[in-house]
Design a protein around this ligand. Structure first.
Ligand SMILES: Cc1cc2nc3c(=O)[nH]c(=O)nc-3n(C[C@H](O)[C@H](O)[C@H](O)COP(=O)(O)OP(=O)(O)OC[C@H]3O[C@@H](n4cnc5c(N)ncnc54)[C@H](O)[C@@H]3O)c2cc1C
Length: 386
């Protein structure tokens, strides 16, 4: 087992650390949270640095790097803010990977180069008002009209909603019930009948666009089908890459909270001594580091195992579940180290704690991940309806 990073990966992380200082990401993170505005100006800079689409196929402008390289970059940038890492997340471990792996030549040519240049982005559209964890109950429907489909339905909580250029929509294609009738279709922003609801106001992840999508008799050409009904398994497999990205966001936020807590504990005095001299503070910080490292190993295992392909469902579920819980715990402990100041918006840990809560819901809840792991451990499916 080799835990060392390659020379190129180390150089990449050094360049991101330098960028963080040069661009004052610490202050930018505060601004994003205060204004709720996404840092769109970073996208062009990331494209110039080759960070966008670094895992995508070189034939279409991608970097051909393994998933772990993107995971490392996401973690480093998310130490400041998940919004600062978001373009790297979306372009490397987001639904564009589905297009890269399973799309047609035409779909790849028309979408991937734009993603690598920062002109396109792709949102994943699964959740519906009555179908979240119970995804296979989704009701969005694509009616076959010969050379095209007519799409009707509604999605909710769609990250990038209203801002992304393309939307990978999970839809039912026929009367077949359950997952066998579900496939994936690409919609472009601006198509007649395709509209957006109001932007969500979340507890954390301020600045992240998210809204409902409405499909009202949207005419979609047949060549825009990415995953045929019946190949739903492929959609879910690629989703495991996204789960590793979600977990990398947790590593980043927890890393940022650990750093902030350590620095604070070295400076803050109580009873005439720096608080880092109190054993409880030492143990708290040591526990934070231990949990973070344990999560990191799970995430790196899942992403490294995947190489340029797909991670194992079991490893990705375990990594996401553990990292989702770890980041809640670590940010909570960081807040304790800060005392009353931890609860103040003048310090970063209250923001990190709010951001931390999202990841255990987005991309599948903690319970659903445990159900997946359990079914792998027992070697059988557990039908939740029975
Ligand atoms: C920040 C954020 C970003 C998101 N981004 C996207 C996106 O880009 N695209 C997208 O499609 N969706 C997105 N979502 C939606 C997300 O995937 C869903 O919210 C999630 O899958 C849960 O679905 P739900 O909210 O309908 O909860 P429900 O499915 O209603 O679940 C409610 C509770 O019941 C539990 N539960 C349900 N069934 C079981 C069971 N069988 N056993 C045990 N417990 C169970 C759940 O774990 C949960 O705790 C996002 C959500 C958030 C918060």
């Amino acid at each position: 087992m080799d835990f060392s990073l390659t020379k190129e990966q180390k150089m990449l992380l050094d360049s991101l650390k330098d960028m963080g200082k040069r661009e004052n990401f610490k202050e930018l993170a505060v601004q994003i949270d205060a204004t709720g505005e996404f840092p769109h100006h970073l996208t062009g800079k990331y494209a110039e640095m080759g960070l966008l689409g670094m895992t995508l196929s070189p034939e279409y402008g991608g970097g051909g790097e393994p998933s772990i390289t993107a995971i490392l970059a996401i973690e480093e940038l998310a130490k400041h803010s998940p919004m600062i890492a978001a373009p790297v997340f979306e372009s490397n471990v987001g639904p564009v990977r589905v297009i890269d792996m399973f799309g047609t030549e035409q779909q790849k040519k028309s979408i991937i180069p734009g993603v690598c240049e920062g002109n396109h982005s792709v949102s994943v559209c699964m959740t519906e008002p009555e179908a979240g964890s119970d995804l296979t109950s989704l009701e969005t429907f694509a009616e076959d009209k010969g050379d095209h489909y007519i799409l009707n339905g509604r999605k909710c909580f769609i990250t990038g909603g209203g801002f992304a250029s393309h939307y990978l929509v999970y839809t039912r294609f026929g009367e077949i019930k359950g997952y066998k009738g579900i496939g994936g279709i690409i919609l472009k922003k601006g198509m007649p009948g395709f509209t957006f609801g109001k932007q969500e106001e979340f507890m954390g992840l301020r600045g992240m666009p998210s809204c409902d999508l409405y499909f009202d008799n949207v005419k979609v050409p047949k060549e825009d089908v990415v995953i045929q009904p019946g190949d739903f398994g492929n959609l879910m497999l690629t989703f495991d890459i996204e789960r590793c990205g979600n977990a990398a966001m947790c590593l980043g936020t927890a890393g940022g909270a650990l750093e902030a807590a350590k620095n604070y504990a070295l400076q803050r005095k109580a009873f005439g001594r720096p608080i880092c001299e109190f054993q409880d503070i030492q143990f708290t910080v040591a526990d934070m580091a231990m949990k973070l490292d344990a999560a990191r190993l799970l995430v790196y295992r899942a992403a490294t195992g995947a190489g340029q392909g797909l991670p194992s469902v079991y490893e990705a579920s375990m990594a996401k579940c553990y990292a989702n819980e770890m980041v809640r715990e670590v940010t909570d402990k960081a807040m304790l180290v800060f005392g009353g100041y931890g609860y103040s918006k003048d310090f970063p840990v209250e923001r990190m704690l709010r951001d931390a809560r999202a990841w255990g819901v987005a991309g599948g809840t903690l319970q659903m991940l445990r159900i997946t792991m359990a079914s792998m451990l027992f070697g059988r499916r557990f039908d939740q309806r029975k």
